[in-house]
Design a protein around this ligand. Structure first.
Ligand code: FAD
Length: 500
């Protein structure tokens, strides 16, 4: 008979895995109710949180922002651990949303803000409307969004909603006067280009290849914490270190890539239950080096990308395969790619001293950037930015630097989330054809109808956490955190431990 303590194995030492481990350990430490393991395929903790250094600056290759500080558990940890201030420069993206931002059209024509602003406001209002937020009181764009207030239901995409809004703008605004000083650009094509620029930014933050794949109806379900959005001066990874610091040495095992997860959909057989020690536990994990470990409960926190590959026929990570509802949810939900590229240049780009700057690449383009060598990236960006700046409007800055118009980047640091087999992308989204119900389905533990099974160790064999399992906060670090706490609480409740 099994006589040992229940063994809980958490797969993945990212935010979700370590939040769960921290919660389970802190809640039961004095009673030592469980045997707790965290098996991590890589060689570090943090997963999609990975702070680094570039040219003396603290930078983030993965998660960067705390999206709203009021009520954010990540902010709470960062504040308690004094991580919000540092003497070392860190990635703050100052000026990213600055009023001094300039818009330059291809050919180097600097656009007058009075031309850019109405289209930018229209885009912002359409976006807010799609997210279920009140739009700013600017007359024209409110008129346009009202026109579309009955947009839906059905398989509508954010991309099509936005473009309908732009078309409505053109049908209402008759002013098609040419714009001065912009070469051959027509007013309409410039407006379209400004709108497309905002779409590109939105695409990057949603990590989608194309806004036409992003579900419109799910947007209003997504929640943000109120308050400021900030970065973490001493590095996002320090939040993760703080969670891991309570765990006894040896709890986290590195280089343990789980290849197979064998579970018992009908609960433990009488025969299995009669076996001693490890052999009597219902779940068996097989690692890539061929070694195995048994567990009573496994919390899977791997990314949606890794799960998508796991249900592939070539991979078959689950034995037996997952129930069809879960497979459908995994297949339908979207999982995108966002990469960050840091470049160093030794001269100002736009009339401002600059040491390093980060750029975002997403989707298929990001995968292509990942396949390039550092040298190709440095040369490619040098040429592109030089071309963009080769205009009369930049002459002043060129004269300042005194070295002609050619700008040369000389150092690069970039992420490679898409090609890393432990991530296969950056974060999830609700794709057209899926919905929040798929997220809830993904979060359901296995076996289904666990409570009908007689032994507590047959129940809740496989639990699912990770950002993609949080219906309203998916794609974020706090969503991952909350999902880890949710699954830890599920097990604590199962064993009648106090859940705070
Ligand atoms: C470029 C980028 C920018 C982002 N920006 C922000 C931001 O500004 N704000 C924000 O809130 N969020 C942001 N995010 C999202 C945020 O980083 C993630 O939502 C969150 O970190 C996910 O945590 P997780 O624990 O769910 O998954 P992960 O961090 O992926 O953890 C899962 C762990 O499982 C391990 N693993 C995978 N497969 C196996 C296996 N077979 N066996 C064993 N171990 C395995 C992985 O190595 C990993 O450590 C960003 C992400 C990226 C990539």
């Amino acid at each position: 008979m099994v006589s040992k303590k229940p063994r809980i194995v958490i797969i993945g030492a990212g935010m979700a895995g370590l939040a769960a481990a921290n919660k389970l350990f802190k809640s039961t430490n004095s009673k030592q109710l469980f045997e707790l393991w965290v098996v991590e395929g890589g060689s570090r903790i943090g997963g999609r949180i990975n702070s680094s250094e570039f040219c003396g600056d603290q930078v983030e290759l993965g998660a960067t922002w705390i999206h709203g500080i009021q009520g954010s558990p990540v902010y709470e940890i960062a504040q308690e651990s004094a991580l919000l201030h540092s003497d070392q420069p860190w990635e703050v993206m100052d000026g990213f949303y600055s009023r001094e931002q300039i818009t330059v059209a291809e050919g180097g024509y600097e656009l007058n803000p009075s031309f850019v602003q109405p289209i930018s406001t229209l885009f912002k209002n359409l976006r807010k409307f799609s997210e279920g937020k009140p739009v700013d009181g600017d007359g024209l764009s409110s008129k346009i969004v009202k026109r579309w207030s009955n947009f839906g239901p059905g398989n509508l995409s954010v991309g099509s909603f936005l473009r309908h809004g732009l078309e409505a703008h053109w049908s209402l605004v008759k002013d098609q006067k040419p714009v001065d000083g912009v070469g051959n650009w027509s007013r309409k094509s410039l407006e379209e280009a400004v709108f497309a620029m905002h779409e590109t930014t939105h695409r990057a933050y949603s990590a989608v290849d194309d806004l036409w794949t992003l579900d419109y109806n799910a947007q209003s379900e997504y929640e943000m914490f109120p308050g400021e959005e900030i970065t973490i001066a001493r590095g996002y990874s320090r939040v993760i270190e703080s969670l891991a610091s309570v765990l006894p040495v040896g709890t986290i095992q590195f280089g343990r890539i789980v290849e197979k997860i064998e579970w018992q959909p009908d609960g433990c057989s009488q025969e299995l239950r009669m076996k001693d020690g490890d052999d009597g536990r219902p779940v068996k994990l097989q690692f890539c080096d061929g070694s195995t470990v048994s567990a009573d409960h496994v919390i899977i926190t791997v990314s949606l990308g890794v799960l998508k590959r796991g249900i592939d026929q070539d991979c078959n990570m689950f034995i037996p395969p997952l129930p069809s509802l879960k497979i459908q949810a995994i297949s339908r939900l979207g999982y995108g790619l966002l990469d960050k590229v840091f470049l160093q240049t030794n001269r100002p780009i736009i009339k401002k001293p600059m040491i390093s700057n980060s750029l975002l690449a997403n989707g298929q383009e990001a995968l292509e950037v990942e396949s390039l060598s550092d040298e190709e990236i440095v040369n490619g960006f040098s040429t592109t930015v030089s071309n963009l700046l080769s205009s009369k409007s930049q002459d002043e800055s060129d004269e300042d630097s005194g070295d002609g118009k050619q700008l040369k980047f000389d150092k690069v640091l970039r992420s490679g989330w898409g090609s890393d087999p432990l991530f296969l992308g950056s974060y999830s989204y609700v794709a057209v054809g899926s919905s929040g119900d798929d997220i809830d389905e993904l979060a359901e533990p296995l076996p289904e109808n666990s409570s009908d099974l007689d032994s507590p160790r047959s129940q809740l064999q496989v639990l699912f956490a990770g950002e993609a399992t949080h219906r309203t906060h998916y794609s974020t670090t706090h969503g991952a955190y909350l999902s880890g706490i949710r699954e830890a609480n599920r097990l604590l409740k199962h064993y009648n431990c106090d859940v705070v």
